[in-house]
Design a protein around this ligand. Structure first.
Ligand code: ATP
Ligand code: MG
Length: 569
């Protein structure tokens, strides 16, 4: 197949005529799908769960399928409504009120989802933290948010510096014994009523506080409001292509924004069965989840796809993956090599989607109904105006690299950076939200990601995006993963340095390194070929799976490493 352009497939939600929809669409059109448009009473937890629980044809459908090496559980919409009501009652009893921050620091489990929804039902703001955080990371986030209550587990409680957190009034332990000084989740839930009067809110009331991945520096507390549901719902249709009988699996942890916007809201706003997998990654377990649960729509990340690719086609072939209809990716640029592998392994296109914690939902995407150009993150959603601008916020012509920017005012945009109005303001220039990513737009309106702004390399006067070089590197048969940085050079400004890991069966040798260099030179260009290539055991990544180029750079230059609270072990 010609990998430059992959033909459109069919979809369920009429983006067939993208150009037409793009021109005419207004977000107000989506409002009629929510109960609040009739009643005036708003709460996203109601729209995700209770609404379906009150629908006789949906209430017994599985909302959550939880699967892990040691536990399997199903909860229907009705059961999840009751459990989240119970937890909301537990919070009320402990004086939680609208606007309070309640944090969750625990692994994925049915209890997590019930608690998360229960928090929203009280009008409090939920703050999910990834379970692998160590003490400093937990402290920073609970301090910054002034969290009043924390839901955690006995395994993790030692990482919570309780005595140093004056705002933290109470801790609820899931799976703890009843004798401790903390509140027992199980005991309180047993005594709590399954009825709860939801706290009705305004669309602009607070919902979620997410700290960013920390790829570029200190994580920011990104504040989202209930209004985001408009976009979660609609992107669930247009981009995830969800329909009523889908079984959907988003692999992201709810400690990261993908795990809430698309691991909780988008599927449940659309009334779809949502699979959650606990436990660690392994190719067989992941393929097994698709096969066992008959997953039809699958949203994952390049880091996972690259690991599956490295595990080889035979591993994929052992499993029956025929239930899959639609596959998507987010979090990092999606290498064309990975798309080629997806076509081979599942006979499906992997659809790249671009967005950020700050943007709350997808903005630039590949839709099932559009021609895909591998390496491009796609085109802006209807209702989203995207462009490439210079540092003053002036739009640049096609094919020129610059700041990827979005016209202010989409439904799921963050409403604040917690405790940091200056940081919030700094995102906006001349009416544009400036993302911090660099990209260009081609003549046909496809956007091409080049790298984080800080990562773009200037070598002998040429601007080179690390993504292109990394993508070419992993096309080489010996290369598993690659991270590329600019290294200061007196003559050239910067030279390109690549860190790579080798696929199984390959040994380091000077010939191999030269072969890899020539491969990039021939396939990409002479100026983009790395002058230095270093083989390492691992490439440093954030816990959300992103390559941390700033860390490679500080290591290379012997500089301080900055905030590493989100560095994967
Ligand atoms: P921090 O802001 O703390 O440095 P982060 O930017 O990694 O961390 P997230 O909000 O989780 O935190 O990630 C958003 C970023 O991820 C985007 O700005 C972009 O650089 C990258 N990204 C997400 N999706 C894509 C994609 N489809 N293609 C390329 N890059 C992507
Ligand atoms: Mg960021």
């Amino acid at each position: 197949m010609d990998m430059k352009q992959i033909p459109a497939r069919s979809g369920n939600h009429n983006l067939q005529n993208y150009q037409q929809t793009y021109k005419n669409f207004n977000w107000d059109e989506v409002k009629g799908n929510f109960t609040w448009s009739k009643t005036g009473k708003v709460n996203i937890a109601y729209e995700t769960i209770d609404k379906h629980a009150e629908d006789p044809s949906k209430k017994n459908q599985a909302a959550l399928i939880y699967t892990s090496p040691d536990r399997e559980e199903k909860l229907t919409f009705e059961e999840l409504k009751k459990k989240s009501n119970q937890f909301a009652n537990v919070l009320k009893k402990n004086d939680i009120e609208k606007g309070d921050r309640v944090f969750l620091f625990m692994h994925r489990s049915p209890e997590f989802y019930a608690a998360f929804l229960g928090i929203l039902k009280t009008g409090a703001i939920a703050g999910p933290l990834f379970e692998a955080f160590m003490e400093q990371a937990v402290r920073d986030r609970l301090e910054d948010s002034e969290a009043k209550m924390l839901v955690t587990t006995p395994e993790l409680i030692d990482r919570v510096p309780v005595d140093d957190l004056p705002h933290l009034e109470k801790i609820i332990l899931v799976g703890g014994d009843e004798s401790g000084s903390h509140i027992s989740f199980e005991k309180e839930m047993k005594n709590a009523s399954e009825e709860f009067e939801i706290e009705w809110l305004d669309l602009e009331d607070g919902m979620l506080l997410h700290y960013t991945s920390g790829s570029t520096g200190k994580p920011k507390g990104v504040y989202h409001v209930h209004n985001a549901m408009l976009q979660h719902y609609q992107t669930g249709k247009w981009v995830l292509d969800l329909k009523d009988d889908d079984v959907y699996w988003c692999t992201a942890d709810p400690g990261w924004v993908t795990g809430t916007s698309y691991g909780i809201f988008a599927p449940w706003l659309n009334g779809v069965t949502n699979v959650v997998r606990g436990g660690r990654f392994s190719p067989d377990d992941w393929y097994g989840t698709i096969a066992d649960q008959d997953v039809s729509v699958w949203y994952s990340a390049p880091t996972a796809f690259r690991k599956l690719l490295s595990a080889g086609a035979e591993t994929a072939k052992k499993h029956d993956l025929s239930s899959l209809r639609h596959v998507l990716s987010v979090g990092e640029p999606l290498n064309p090599e990975v798309i080629a592998w997806g076509l081979e392994a599942f006979d499906l296109r992997i659809h790249d989607t671009w967005w950020m914690t700050e943007t709350g939902a997808m903005l630039i995407c590949n839709y099932p109904t559009m021609e895909m150009r591998p390496g491009s993150m796609g085109q802006p959603l209807p209702g989203i105006e995207a462009s490439i601008v210079d540092n003053e916020g002036n739009e640049l012509p096609a094919n020129q690299m610059g700041n990827l920017a979005i016209k202010e005012g989409w439904p799921s945009m963050m409403r604040a950076v917690w405790n940091n109005p200056g940081k919030y303001e700094s995102y906006f220039v001349n009416g544009w939200y400036v993302s911090g990513d660099s990209a260009y737009k081609d003549e046909d309106g496809y956007f091409w990601f080049q790298g984080r702004l800080d990562d773009v390399i200037n070598t002998s006067g040429e601007r080179v995006g690390p993504f292109e070089v990394e993508s070419k590197l992993i096309e080489h048969e010996a290369v598993a993963e690659a991270g590329v940085i600019g290294k200061p050079d007196p003559e050239r400004g910067e030279i390109i340095k690549a860190f790579i890991t080798l696929r199984e069966g390959y040994q380091k040798s000077d010939e191999l390194l030269e072969d890899i260099r020539q491969f990039v030179k021939k396939g990409l260009s002479a100026h983009a070929a790395p002058r230095e290539i270093e083989i390492t055991d691992t490439i440093p990544k954030t816990r959300s799976g992103k390559i941390m180029r700033r860390l490679l750079k500080s290591w290379e230059l012997g500089l301080p490493t900055g905030d590493t609270s989100t560095l994967e072990e």
